[in-house]
Design a protein. Structure first.
Length: 67
């Protein structure tokens, strides 16, 4: 994970982090780094689908449902 991203997570201290993409797009070590950098109470989840289009559709549905 780039240091700029880690710094943003440390500064912002999000309660929720959504990783968009499967392991091929966002490796497990990046997810681990995010989990270690985010506050202990943060909910870190991954949205993934069977294809890029499916992943995008799932992410859109999730974002729209949270609006």
């Amino acid at each position: 994970m780039p240091e700029a991203t880690a710094a943003l997570i440390r500064d912002y201290r999000p309660g929720r982090v959504i990783i968009v993409g499967g392991r091929a797009a966002v490796a497990d070590d990046v997810r681990t780094a995010i989990t270690q950098t985010a506050p202990d109470s943060a909910d870190v989840r991954r949205i993934t689908g069977s294809t890029r289009t499916d992943t995008a559709a799932r992410a859109a549905r999730r974002i729209l449902a949270d609006s």
